[in-house]
Design a protein around this ligand. Structure first.
Ligand code: ATP
Ligand code: MG
Ligand code: MG
Ligand code: MG
Length: 513
């Protein structure tokens, strides 16, 4: 089964169970300005879960494009290091808006996995939230999962190897326990079952997360304390009595908030399964990068970089990053110096640096777009339509970066050579800042190069250098700043800044000497 078949099987299975097939929403969320990117299937339904939006259906299924490369969910650093993380991926989901609940959600998931996809049940493990006896009983008594493969996972209060199996949209609002399904890829791969100390290995891979939105959390009481110690003591007391509390700083004082949790009148279900992860399982490979879709992209990356080693990590990174870059551009993001545009720039430049490592010192990355369109254009017609524009945007970014990339890499290589063989080798914050400021190297790109050579980066030194520069710019700016000036046309002269405002300050600083 190729990726397209697997996606289609999922959607048609849930359509047959009365779910509306809803298209993927864009990566830039239309309903939440605080969220950087759509990072799960539930994002487009957030207001439906909150009861603020109504739809003509109470069950839905989607294949949602997601990016996790910034904000609360950031898997950028995992790409190239784990078998299971991407910056861009597709999340298959089924949703119930006050319709079915735990029993059917679990039954559907189990039936799809073991009957439709025909996975061997004895390779599947499940977790339930520590206190969720109801879900436990459904898995054990109805699905007949043996107790040795059902793991209770606590929140941060209880379990020894705590991992959060309790989902919340925010500090208040709908929330509830999760139940996750894992696939055991076998003893050749390092890792332990969920809940064990080795759980972060890649042997037992989480494939599906079922979220049971069961409660609504609201603020019951807020109390202020002069010190954190006192606020924490109040929190501990509330928790001892079985309550829920959080401590946060509030100006000069500390606030302990007590929350009330009441059952939702119509509980909801939100699930998410990584398409690439289930594809790896179904194609009998361990890593997401070995599935058909990724193999095609990796071969395209090999062709454009001239790299003969198809297992090379840099090819995986490039294959991952072309998807994120192309889909972000489809959804209206362009490389820039702040916010979403800066995340896109960071991903693109990271890919270019990996190409450089393979000997490609000229633009190559945009040439992967037709290969991507060939793989994903049928499922995403908007990708196929935007193909020429995506290539132009990426090529422009490549041209902008090639010169400084080469010079910057020379400096960085020389620094790393000088650090060779030293214990606790750390790249100075000043060098990282020069690379950022003059050569357009995002900090994470520098850190990625350093990590390959076992060198850390002095990030607080980097921040200090950044602060110094801001301070200088501000001081200089104050001197002659008058009226409102428009620097928009000049901002592009300075690469790598996170905030355009800073560009303006720097330009001013240069003007005033
Ligand atoms: P993990 O613990 O492996 O990082 P997660 O618990 O963060 O995954 P969820 O937020 O529960 O993931 O998302 C639901 C599903 O989406 C996961 O079970 C997984 O199959 C998939 N998924 C999550 N993050 C990624 C990613 N970065 N790349 C590919 N698939 C992912
Ligand atoms: Mg994660
Ligand atoms: Mg997880
Ligand atoms: Mg999860």
């Amino acid at each position: 089964m190729n990726v397209s078949d697997i996606r289609e099987k999922f959607l048609s299975y849930f359509a047959a169970q009365g779910h509306a097939r809803v298209p993927s929403s864009p990566l830039v969320p239309g309903n939440d300005p605080t969220l950087l990117f759509t990072n799960s299937g539930m994002v487009q339904f957030k207001d439906v879960f909150l009861g603020q939006d109504r739809r003509p259906y109470t069950r839905a299924t989607t294949a949602q494009r997601c990016v996790r490369a910034g904000g609360k969910h950031n898997d950028l650093e995992n790409v190239g290091y784990t078998a299971r993380h991407h910056t861009f991926f597709e999340m298959l989901g089924n949703f119930s808006f006050g319709d079915y609940f735990k029993r059917d959600a679990i039954r559907y998931a189990w039936e799809l996995l073991t009957t439709v996809y025909k996975l061997p049940a004895d390779k599947l493990w499940v977790t339930v939230y520590q206190e969720d006896d109801e879900a436990y009983a459904i898995w054990a008594d109805e699905m007949k999962v043996p107790p040795e493969r059902i793991v209770r996972i606590g929140d941060n209060k209880g379990a020894r190897y705590a991992s959060d199996n309790f989902w919340q949209m925010a500090d208040t609002g709908p929330c509830g326990p999760c139940s996750e399904i894992f696939y055991d890829h076998g003893p050749d791969v390092w890792g332990g079952p969920p809940g064990s100390p080795e759980a972060d290995g890649d042997r037992y891979i989480e494939i599906w997360n079922l979220v049971f939105m069961q409660f609504e959390r609201s603020v019951a009481e807020e109390r202020s304390f002069p010190s954190e110690v006192e606020a924490q003591a109040a929190k501990a007391e509330i928790e001892r009595a079985g309550g829920i509390a959080l401590v946060a700083r509030q100006g000069e004082t500390w606030k302990c908030t007590t929350y009330a949790q009441k059952p939702l009148p119509r509980p909801c279900v939100d699930t998410g399964m990584g398409l690439e992860r289930i594809a790896a399982v179904l194609q009998h490979v361990h890593s997401n990068y070995e599935i058909d879709l990724f193999q095609k992209l990796i071969r395209a990356a090999a062709r454009e970089t001239g790299c003969a080693d198809l297992g090379h990590v840099s090819l995986k990174v490039i294959a991952d990053h072309i998807r994120a870059c192309a889909f972000l551009i489809v959804d209206g993001v362009i490389p820039g110096n702040e916010g979403r545009g800066y995340v896109l720039r960071r991903i693109a430049r990271r890919a270019l640096r990996h190409g450089y490592k393979l000997g490609r010192h000229q633009p190559f990355f945009h040439k992967l777009v037709p290969d991507l369109v060939a793989e994903m254009g049928a499922a995403y017609p908007e990708l196929a339509q935007a193909s020429a524009r995506i290539q132009d945007v990426i090529e422009a970014e490549e041209k902008r970066f090639v010169e400084t990339l080469e010079n910057g890499m020379r400096i960085l290589d020389a620094e790393l050579d000088a650090l060779r063989g030293r214990a606790d080798a750390t790249l100075s914050g000043d060098v990282a800042f020069t690379l950022y400021d003059t050569y357009g190297f995002p900090l994470d790109l520098t850190a990625d190069v350093c990590r390959e050579r076992g060198v850390a980066v002095d990030e607080s030194g980097f921040d200090a250098a950044m602060d110094r520069q801001r301070e200088q710019a501000r001081a200089a700016g104050k001197f002659k700043m008058a009226g409102s000036l428009d620097y928009a046309g000049q901002a592009t002269r300075f690469e790598g800044y996170e905030h355009l405002q800073l560009d303006a300050c720097k330009i001013l600083a240069l003007y005033v000497g």
